[in-house]
Design a protein around this ligand. Structure first.
Ligand code: PMP
Length: 382
């Protein structure tokens, strides 16, 4: 199987699973227990992992809390800010092409009386600063804009958007969903003034079921107040109760450490493979159309349309040997609202594919895919 669906999830790096192993076996202590070595060991590795996540983002370790996934982080920030600050305003801004964990949370908040503005994106899937400016109101409390899109790979200029918001409307919180970009582009929160950021380990060669949330501290190191999703034993400074998943946290920490150490190398490998894929596809399909921004994009994510070709039939015919997708694994059975929002019609959406690469691939595997893809399209035409 040649796996080309790395925006859905990545394979786990063997270094990551090796680091996790002891904490699934002999080192089973609860980091919230006191005094004895087993608990102290667990606490120590959790703090080391927190340090690795913080180094990846260039923030303080005390600004990171562990969650179960990016879906939880997104729910936590949106509901947490909405509920805590509802007396200051009930208006939230997001974009039309966010992940479902943002859009469905917004829908839920609408049912509670919040008003949500869903911003249009341009033909590449970017939120323009002018569009955002025009949507800000007196009662806006939160803006949530994704850093990189999971279907088309387009990057938003989060630095520009967040800087504007924090300089002109410092009371409005800014959240970004960075799930798809970590380890692939530089994310430096000492330069990008967002208040909250969500991430997940399984998109960067880490385990599933573990994520984190960055919560920026106020002046003088004061905590930002936000209503928790989970109430209980007050772990994670009271932001997120529940016994910490130590083995998963160790896995996230290792994945974050490797993402930081190998960022440049990883980025350049993905870009080389992407270039190879794009030129092979162009050669074989003269009428191909690529979706998303041609330059401001996540390395290794390629979304394209081949007019007249049914994507599901092709993907199924390749399924024994190649894993590619029509779009998000989180919106199965629905035509892509992301492609719709950047102007594709229903027929074009049904002829679109997402191929997302990883560090274990090489030119020959990418070429094998292009040959098999061409063959599958030819068989369909007969
Ligand atoms: N946001 C984005 C942009 C994603 O791509 C995903 C995963 N598809 C998520 C959030 C949800 O991540 P998780 O699987 O960790 O809940």
């Amino acid at each position: 199987m040649i796996y080309l669906d790395n925006s859905a999830t990545t394979p786990i790096d063997p270094e990551v699973s090796k680091a996790m192993w002891p904490y699934l076996n002999e080192e089973y202590g609860n980091p919230s227990s006191k005094y004895y070595t087993l608990a102290e060991n667990a606490k120590k590795v959790v703090e080391e992992a927190r340090g690795h996540v913080a180094s990846l983002l260039s923030c303080q370790p005390s600004e990171i809390i562990f969650t179960s996934c990016a879906t939880e982080s997104n729910n936590f920030v949106l509901k947490g800010v909405a509920h805590y600050y509802k007396n200051k305003g009930k208006h939230i801004i997001t974009s039309k092409i966010e992940h479902k964990s943002i859009l469905e949370t917004c829908k839920f908040l609408e049912s509670e009386g919040f008003e949500i503005t869903y911003l249009d994106v341009d033909q590449y899937g970017q939120v323009q600063l002018e569009t955002l400016k025009g949507a800000i109101r007196e009662d806006t409390i939160l803006i949530s804009i994704m850093w990189g899109n999971n279907e088309i790979g387009t990057l938003n200029n989060i630095q520009e958007l967040a800087k504007y918001v924090k300089q002109q409307h410092s009371h409005i919180f800014f959240h970004t969903d960075a799930t798809q970009v970590l380890g692939k582009i530089e994310v430096d929160l000492s330069k990008v003034p967002v208040d909250f950021l969500s991430l997940s380990a399984h998109k960067m060669y880490g385990p599933k079921g573990i994520g984190a949330c960055f919560i920026r501290k106020r002046e003088l190191g004061l905590r930002t107040k936000i209503t928790p999703l989970l109430h209980g034993g007050s772990q994670e400074d009271g932001y997120r109760s529940g016994t910490l998943s130590v083995h998963n946290i160790v896995g996230l920490g290792k994945a974050a450490e490797m993402a930081r150490l190998h960022l440049k190398e990883h980025q350049s490998k993905l870009l080389k493979l992407e270039k190879h894929l794009v030129s092979a596809l162009k050669e074989n399909f003269p009428n191909i159309k690529f979706n998303g921004h041609p330059e401001q994009k996540i390395p290794g994510v390629v979304n394209f349309t081949i007019p007249g070709i049914n994507n599901e039939l092709i993907i199924r015919s390749l399924k024994e040997k190649f894993a590619i997708s029509t779009g998000s694994a989180c919106s199965i059975n629905e035509p892509s609202y992301v492609l719709n929002s950047i102007g594709l019609n229903t027929l074009e959406v049904k002829s679109s594919f997402r191929v997302s690469l990883n560090k274990y691939l090489d030119y020959s595997k990418v070429s094998d895919f292009c040959i098999a893809f061409k063959e599958a399209v030819r068989n369909l035409m007969i």
